[in-house]
Design a protein around this ligand. Structure first.
Ligand SMILES: NC(=O)c1ccc[n+]([C@@H]2O[C@H](COP(=O)([O-])OP(=O)(O)OC[C@H]3O[C@@H](n4cnc5c(N)ncnc54)[C@H](O)[C@@H]3O)[C@@H](O)[C@H]2O)c1
Length: 334
């Protein structure tokens, strides 16, 4: 059985779906702080008996002990974390506590129970201000907020646990994750939503105002350029990472991005095309710390994990749109 911490959340649920589809059994462990019971119920309906759910908090060692007492875990996919960069600046203790103490309890439980493989959700935030673009894994690491710092520290902790205890780890540094399950069963559902695509789609559907931060960058249209990666492509990469570890692959870190940059203006136009509605835009000043361009060099994941992103930007926005309509019209009203 594969343990998926944070499996009730956006990315963890898509990876859980991929694990179930590949014939594996999954244990979803989540405190439902930002994840959703509806998502868990959907996953449990996909293939009866393939998924189980344990409500618990990684910060509580007794909850972690329950996992290994009740279930035979062979590998871990670790998504559970607090994820808002801005909130991490306002409340660093919350981030260091959850993202480090919670993660440490998990690794401790793994070691005590002989579980030797973990795939960890890291982030492009481990790099901080970019020195060059596209960024490869050797780019200097100077995170500019506690969120990114917590991810960097945990990557380092995992390296030590490999040296000391033989714990195999793959750290996956995601760039900007977008899109939803193509069958529309699950999708991105953060409250409040801070990510670009769902916010643009909502503004476009409701006529609400969209705040665009900075249109005077040295980019194709003056707006920030980012690397958008489809969540199902990301799930494929997790499957590759799991197989890599199970085949005895060495612990390592990999960028997960599309290696293509799109500006906020280009994403906005793509969302308008998919919804058929214009977006009311209010231009604001630049946000501090926002680099002009952030694009991944993804060659290492392609070479070593044998992974290639396949979904187009249009497909990603289309699936995100179908999900966002379902969320607004059906799921949130239950
Ligand atoms: N969304 C992105 O674009 C993005 C980019 C880079 C990295 N990441 C990383 O990917 C992972 C998943 O992100 P997401 O967007 O799915 O976030 P999410 O908030 O949707 O999912 C996180 C899940 O973890 C659960 N959780 C949090 N703390 C927990 C704890 N102490 N015990 C048990 N469960 C806990 C939450 O309830 C939630 O279900 C995170 O580690 C995040 O840092 C996300």
């Amino acid at each position: 059985m594969v343990l998926v911490t944070g499996g009730a959340g956006y990315i963890g649920s898509h990876v859980a779906l991929a694990l179930i589809d590949s014939g594996l059994r999954v244990l979803i462990f989540d405190n439902l702080e930002t994840g959703h019971r509806e998502t868990v119920d959907t996953l449990m309906r996909v293939k009866p008996g393939a998924a189980e759910f344990l409500l618990g908090d990684l910060r509580n060692p007794a909850d972690v002990a329950q996992i290994f007492k009740k279930y035979k875990i062979k590998a871990v996919m670790h998504f559970a974390s607090n994820i808002c960069v801005e909130e991490s600046v306002q409340n660093p203790t919350k981030y260091y506590n959850n993202n480090l103490i919670g993660s440490l309890n998990l690794v401790d439980g793994m070691i005590k129970n002989g579980v030797k493989a973990i795939v960890f959700s890291s982030s492009a935030a481990v790099y901080g201000q970019q020195k060059y673009s596209p960024m490869d894994e050797k780019h200097p690491q100077n995170p500019v907020n506690p969120y990114g710092h917590s991810k960097l520290i945990f990557e380092e902790i995992l390296r030590r646990y490999d040296e000391l205890c033989g714990l195999g780890s793959v750290c996956l540094r995601y760039f900007n994750v977008i899109g939803a399950d193509k069958a529309g069963r699950i999708g991105e559902w953060h409250e409040p939503e801070t990510h670009l695509v769902p916010n643009l789609l909502t503004a476009s559907e409701t006529g609400g105002l969209f705040q665009l931060y900075g249109n005077d960058y040295d980019t194709v249209d003056g707006t920030c350029v980012r690397d958008y990666i489809n969540v199902e492509d990301l799930a494929d990469a997790h499957m590759s990472a799991l197989n890599y570890l199970m085949d005895g692959g060495a612990s390592d870190s990999f960028n997960l991005g599309s290696a293509a940059g799109h500006s906020v203006g280009q994403i906005l136009a793509a969302c308008e095309k998919v919804t058929g509605n214009g977006v009311n835009v209010e231009i604001q000043g630049r946000r501090s710390g926002d680099p002009a361009i952030l694009v991944a060099d993804n060659r290492k994941a392609k070479d070593i994990l044998k992974w290639t992103p396949k979904r187009s930007l249009e497909d990603s926005i289309d699936t995100a749109h179908r999900w966002s309509r379902r969320l607004a019209s059906e799921i949130r009203r239950r």
